[in-house]
Design a protein around this ligand. Structure first.
Ligand code: HEM
Length: 479
């Protein structure tokens, strides 16, 4: 396990390891997908084929509908009444699921206006099924022991998910998505082995991947960011000032400010830093990434054989005191510095001074336990910090310490959609409401305690926020 950015760097050029193959049982044909494959020809063809769907000109085309979706979610909060509690995690789950549906089918899920605080059907089917697939992966034959009622039930849940995914493929084939959409790109893909368009089984694996890789990551990240804003009023006030400066903030005098535009996204510098900092503190891709070495490597003082499995959990790296000053503090301004995603001279000095003290143990003692929680059982040995000693300033500035979307050739292909979704929704809600944590959440400590790892780092059940209308109670009273 590697939690030190200096040591992690060379591993990102190596292929993903076989652990991902276990997830394929989540697809009815168990076909490999973009997420589960090592970087071979089929993988490269899919990645190359879908990546343009996430470029800014294509995302810009669907921004109008995405922004309408956000407005509809925020209007729902308004209809509940000023100061009422809203389960932001459930609402964000529905929102992100709808955003992915928009990007694949060119239409959202067609929910009723008041469905925002109920979990979407796909999430309800996916969550027990993925848990079962992961739990049973070490002994897959138990899936066939269907004379045991509990296993019969779990297999039935898995089949229900498969049936839903098959329906999604049928919908994609009939909905005629625009060529610029993710759905359009998926339909245009060719399998390099056959020279033909993807089969239903291949399409199902890719679509299911986009739904599961995108909805829970984005909704958890939105929930953590809003909870951090709700518990750090001075930072919420700076977001408010930024929105006011752009004429986007609702006030009693101007209850209906102008709507957020695509161009505004480029001006929300402070909010972008807030989201980045929230993703550092609550890194939703908590299990990180895995690699298998294709060649022997010497890293730090370790000689690693070909075939060695490397686990890189991002959470401990993002809180590693050898890489970050005051790592436990929520401080968006740390991203003010140019090149803040990379090791900074001062943090590296910290690394040098702490190296001796931590020799032989994980570079972040307090976080070793954290790393264990995030999948440490995969790999027995933790590579100890052999940090930046002897490195000059230029070398240090090339070592990435921040990677919520991973890094290198297997980074997140959907990160632009995720960023646009997070920025647009958080700006839209903050423009209309001031946010406070519902006392039931137990303050910031309660928020931290409710973080659980279930594939992603997500709130245990809910994230309750009290949303008070900026334009006064009358303007937002329930209909
Ligand atoms: C805040 C939201 C998101 C975060 C933090 C995130 C994070 C990540 C990370 C860390 C990886 C690498 C995983 C690994 O190495 O095992 C990844 C891969 C991936 N993500 Fe995301 N993701 C987010 C949103 C999305 C969205 C919205 C989509 C698409 C709709 C998406 C699609 C994918 C896919 C397809 C991969 C596999 C890419 C490949 O291996 O080439 N993600 N994501």
């Amino acid at each position: 396990m590697v939690t030190d950015p200096t040591l992690a760097k060379p591993f990102f050029d190596e292929p993903k390891n076989f652990v991902y193959k276990d997830i394929q049982a989540i697809y009815s044909h168990q076909h490999p997908s973009l997420f589960t494959l090592p970087s071979m020809d089929y993988y490269k063809a899919i990645r190359k084929g879908v990546a343009p769907a996430f470029n800014s000109s294509n995302l810009r085309q669907s921004f109008g509908r995405l922004s309408m979706l956000m407005t509809s979610a925020v209007d729902y909060i308004g209809r509940k009444g000023s100061g009422q509690s809203v389960d932001i995690y459930t609402l964000a789950t529905r929102l992100t699921m709808n955003a992915i549906s928009l990007s694949i089918f060119g239409a959202d899920l067609g929910d009723s206006a008041d469905a925002w605080e109920t979990r979407p059907k796909y999430a309800c089917l996916f969550e027990p099924a993925i848990k079962w697939v992961i739990d049973s992966a070490p002994v897959p034959f138990i899936r066939y022991l269907t004379f045991i009622p509990a296993i019969r039930r779990k297999q039935a849940e898995l089949r229900a998910l498969h049936a839903e995914q098959v329906r999604m493929v049928q919908r994609l084939r009939t909905c005629n998505p625009s060529l610029s959409s993710l759905g359009g790109h998926l339909l245009a893909l060719m399998d390099p082995a056959t020279g033909k368009p993807l089969t239903d089984g291949q399409l199902e694996a890719e679509m299911a991947t986009f739904f599961f890789a995108g909805y829970d990551t984005s909704s958890s990240a939105i929930s953590w960011t809003l909870a951090l804003l709700a518990t750090h009023s001075h930072i919420q006030r700076q977001v408010e000032a930024e929105l006011a400066g752009l004429g986007l903030l609702a006030t009693p005098e101007q209850p209906r400010p102008r709507a957020l535009t695509w161009q505004d996204l480029g001006s929300l510098d402070y909010l972008r830093k807030v989201i980045k900092e929230s993703q550092r503190l609550f890194t939703v891709a908590a299990t990180g990434t895995g690699r298998m070495l294709t060649k022997p490597m010497r890293v730090g003082r370790y000689d690693l054989a070909k075939g060695t499995l490397i686990h890189i959990p991002f959470n401990p790296m993002h809180r590693n005191p050898s890489a970050w000053d005051r790592p436990e503090e929520f401080s968006p301004d740390r991203f003010d510095v140019e090149g803040a995603d990379y090791l900074q001279p001062d943090a590296s000095k910290d690394a040098e001074s702490s190296a001796g003290a931590h020799e032989g143990v994980n570079s972040s003692g307090a976080l070793a336990e954290d790393a264990e929680l995030h999948g440490g059982n995969l790999f027995q040995e933790k590579l100890s910090s052999q940090p930046a000693a002897g490195m000059d300033r230029t070398e240090r500035s090339q070592i990435r310490r921040y990677m919520p979307f991973s890094y290198g050739q297997r980074n997140c292909v959907g990160q632009n959609l995720a960023n646009v979704t997070m920025l647009t929704f958080i700006a839209t809600i903050c423009a209309k409401f001031t946010l406070a944590l519902d006392p039931e959440m137990g303050g910031l400590e309660g928020v931290k305690e409710c973080a659980v790892v279930a594939l992603t780092l997500q709130p245990k059940d809910k994230m309750l926020l009290q949303c008070t209308s900026r334009s006064g109670p009358a303007a937002q009273a329930p209909a």
